[in-house]
Design a protein around this ligand. Structure first.
Ligand code: MTE
Ligand code: CO
Length: 390
């Protein structure tokens, strides 16, 4: 530090004058100096903001919980603004007792609290044909991880009584897109939830207030927001979002029927193109996120030389199934060029593939389910770019 630094020697305004009182901010917001930490859209991606996407600023966050106001948004028909007193959840189809629940009814069932990541199947979708977007916010920011509070879906289905021939569940949203997805009954009975809370508060309107479906580890499109109806049937419905959309077109022109699980994946969030190294050589903290729809992350490896040498990263914070994991790798940067990559391995033994390995199987027709290893090129000045090496 500089001797005589006025920030040390002089009394500052915030030290001299009283601040605002406790009534000034009844529902708090971040500091005015954090105004740059926001979700961002890529305007050329979609023709209209009503059916579009914005991205979580992953490079500005730490730990594993995404603040509610920074969770990326994906709407197909804009944000539905629903008065919970006017909202109903209906169960029909192959059930003993078709039922309609009010919000008050739902809050009388036993609840659970679970931290899960939600990743859109299209996350990293723009990177299939080569490095394109400069920043992990855009390459990997269709993900968030929050604590959900709600009722196990199983509890609600048991209340209605699923008939023996019932094998599939259709979930439908109350928004203008009336999003619908088919979910196998085994998954619905396993770990799905009807959530009304996130991070201790009510769901945000952007995330499906007053209720959304939580489908842990599976593609975000199935997590129907503004949930209004559950139908039980004996086969999948083959709705738009599970046929012409959210299916993977293979090199031979055939599409995979359903791809539910979000495979093991990771990304270095700092440093990264939107968060270059500004402190020069010396101690450098590399930090990132890893996740798997199969369960926990077992190990994360980091390389600074494009994969010649790998180092085991340090996972810090809770290691919960189907939730984000935070990793760190600290080292002394000598100021030379770096090719940074991370590679995650999950508890089932799945290893995150290189982009070339992925393309050798899946081709480049796909948009969805790109879990390839990301490379950041760091130049001698600490500036960073999205690149690929093969
Ligand atoms: N549910 C409804 N009703 N309408 C939608 O447009 N979008 C889906 C899913 N559920 C959507 C929806 C998609 S594609 C994703 S990735 C997730 O919600 C996004 O959830 P989020 O906006 O909370 O991030
Ligand atoms: Co999506």
């Amino acid at each position: 530090f500089a001797a005589g630094d006025p920030l040390i020697t002089e009394i500052q305004d915030w030290n001299r004058y009283l601040g605002e009182g406790v009534d000034a901010r009844p529902y708090g917001s971040p500091s005015q100096f954090e105004a740059h930490v926001v979700r961002k859209n890529v305007p050329w991606l979609t023709s209209d903001a009503v059916s579009s996407i914005n991205f979580t600023p992953l490079h500005e966050l730490d730990g594993i919980v995404t603040p509610s106001g920074l969770c990326f948004e994906r709407h197909h028909g804009g944000i539905a603004e629903i008065d919970p007193a006017q909202h109903r959840l209906m169960i029909n189809g192959m059930v003993e007792k078709p039922l309609v629940f009010t919000m008050a009814d739902l809050k009388r069932f036993p609840r659970e609290n679970k931290l899960y990541f939600l990743e859109c199947a299209a996350n990293s979708g723009m990177e299939w044909r080569g490095a394109q977007l400069n920043g992990c916010q855009y390459t990997h920011g269709m993900i968030h991880c929050v604590m959900y509070s709600g009722v196990p879906l199983r509890t609600i289905l048991e209340e209605a009584g699923v008939k023996p021939e019932g094998k599939w569940l259709l979930a439908e949203g109350a928004d203008a897109s009336a999003m619908t997805r088919s979910i196998p009954l085994e998954k619905a009975m396993d770990d799905c939830m009807v959530a009304f809370g996130m991070n201790g508060e009510a769901l945000r309107p952007e995330q499906g207030y007053p209720i959304r479906l939580v489908v842990p580890g599976w593609e975000g499109n199935m997590w129907v927001k503004w949930l209004r109806r559950l139908e039980i049937g004996d086969e999948p419905w083959h709705q738009r979002e599970e046929t012409s959309k959210y299916t993977d077109l293979l090199p031979n022109g055939k599409a995979r029927r359903f791809t539910y699980v979000m495979d093991v994946k990771s990304v270095i969030t700092n440093p990264s193109p939107q968060a270059p190294i500004t402190h020069g050589k010396g101690p450098l903290v590399i930090s990132g996120l890893a996740w798997s729809g199969n369960g926990r992350i077992k190990r994360v490896d980091v390389t600074t030389d494009g994969g010649r040498n790998w180092h085991t990263a340090r996972i810090d914070g809770p290691s919960l199934p189907k939730a984000l994991h935070r990793f760190y790798y600290e080292f002394e940067w000598d100021g030379s060029e770096l090719f940074l990559q991370s590679r995650a391995i999950d508890e089932d033994g799945f290893v995150q593939p290189t982009k070339d390995e992925l393309r050798s199987v899946r081709g480049t027709n796909s948009i969805y389910h790109n879990n390839g290893i990301q490379t950041w090129y760091v130049n001698k000045d600490g500036g960073i770019e999205n690149v690929e090496i093969s």
